[in-house]
Design a protein around this ligand. Structure first.
Ligand code: NAD
Ligand code: DAU
Length: 333
């Protein structure tokens, strides 16, 4: 049976890929609610079926707009957030507003209208792991966020849990690891290095480059969210990851060689303040309880397709590139 979904942040990286995924794999219709901040791009939804997707440009913290949209939806999938750690170190203010007040506003509407709610969160709420110990995050790892960004995401998760327990809101939460794939803003690590190389600029590694991230293709994130929406237990948290641990240095070397350059052709730049060392997800619950499996098991294949996407879609990322690099230059990065 087809549903009507309210997808917040659906003009951003993961949200727009989720919209494409839902259109391909279900008969659902979608309203995207997105403020179109610097990170949102209406062209990411261009060409999609108008009878199945509509875009409402507004703030998730605007209760008057949010109320009727939540009332008419069968489920809310809440992606909208300020998402970049480096930005949160320069100015945390929009992170508190979007990630905390925005989530609160949507939860209040879901409570009022009895609407199913799925909250998209991050593995960063758990803090970081040591480099020399194979331990991974699970659903019971204590919260210990490091940056203003991850602290606001942790706070938003706790709001969801409180609204489930105190008000009976029918919500689930997922905490996913680092996503890669098409339509990711050029401020983020992988697109920044690919587009630097297209522009003849050497890739930039923060600090020693030994920090580890657990990479998952964005389409696998989407299929996991759909599985939770369809079969998840209300009130539960699911970790999403695809066993993709790589150091930043390994990723940069791979991008360089896949783009025909020497693997050593990169520069070390100033480290991020409070830089988390390692993230790693144990997704056993998602795999065993919900039967989810990632499709992209080979990072190199997914990375190659991502490099091709940025080569083929320069008109999508070019308008953001110069301003993004100017900001990094100011920070010595
Ligand atoms: P993004 O920055 O690419 O997109 C965020 C979207 O939210 C943009 O379209 C933006 O316009 C919109 N938005 C921001 N503030 C808004 C507001 N106040 N009202 C309405 N819309 C607003 O982010 P992303 O990387 O696609 O991340 C999406 C979600 O997934 C976030 O909640 C993030 O915390 C989470 N997440 C991201 C990753 C990752 O690797 N990128 C991993 C795990 C979880
Ligand atoms: O783990 C999930 C998180 O992944 C999400 O919650 C965030 O929204 C998302 O932005 C991402 O956070 P990171 O901080 O891990 O991603 P970022 O792309 O900013 O950086 C990845 C790693 O690469 C990190 O260790 C910092 C490093 N880095 C980043 C940039 C931009 C570099 O070495 N050089 C760079 O130029």
């Amino acid at each position: 049976m087809s549903r009507h979904l309210l997808v917040t942040g659906g003009a951003g990286f993961i949200g727009s890929n989720f919209v494409h995924h839902v259109l391909t794999h279900t008969d659902d219709t979608i309203t995207v609610l997105d403020k179109l901040t610097y990170a949102g791009d209406g062209t990411s939804l261009k060409g999609l079926l108008e009878d199945r997707v509509q875009l409402v440009v507004a703030d998730v913290a605007d209760a008057a707009t949010v109320g009727p949209l939540v009332a008419e939806a069968d489920a809310v999938i809440h992606f909208a957030a300020e998402s970049h750690n480096d930005n949160s170190l320069h100015d945390p203010t929009p992170f508190l507003q979007a990630n905390l007040v925005g989530t609160f506003t949507l939860l209040e509407a879901a409570r009022k209208h009895g609407t199913r709610f799925h909250h998209i969160s991050t593995d960063e709420v758990y803090g970081d792991l040591p480099l020399d110990d194979p331990v991974r995050f699970t659903e019971t790892t204590p919260y210990n966020p490091s940056s203003p960004y991850s602290a606001t995401k942790a706070g938003s998760d706790l709001l969801v849990r409180a609204w489930v327990r105190s008000f009976g809101v029918a919500a689930t939460i997922s905490n996913c690891s680092n996503n890669y794939g098409p339509r990711q803003h050029v401020e983020k690590f992988i697109p920044r290095q690919i587009t630097n190389l297209i522009d003849g600029i050497r890739p930039r590694l923060y600090g020693a480059g030994q920090n580890v991230r657990d990479w998952i293709h964005v389409d696998d994130h989407s299929s996991a969210v759909l599985a939770i929406l369809d079969r998840g237990t209300i009130g539960e948290t699911y970790l999403i990851g695809a066993d993709g641990e790589k150091s930043n240095q390994q990723v940069v070397e791979l991008i360089l060689t896949m783009m025909g350059r020497e693997g050593t052709d990169y520069d070390h730049v100033a480290d991020r303040a409070g830089h988390d060392l390692r993230y790693a997800i144990d997704a056993t619950r998602l795999r065993t309880e919900l039967g989810w499996q990632p499709v992209f098991r080979d990072f190199e294949t997914g990375l190659g397709a991502t490099i091709d996407w940025y080569r083929d879609n320069e008109s999508w990322w070019r308008p953001q590139k110069a301003a993004t690099e100017a900001k990094y230059a100011q920070a010595g990065q």
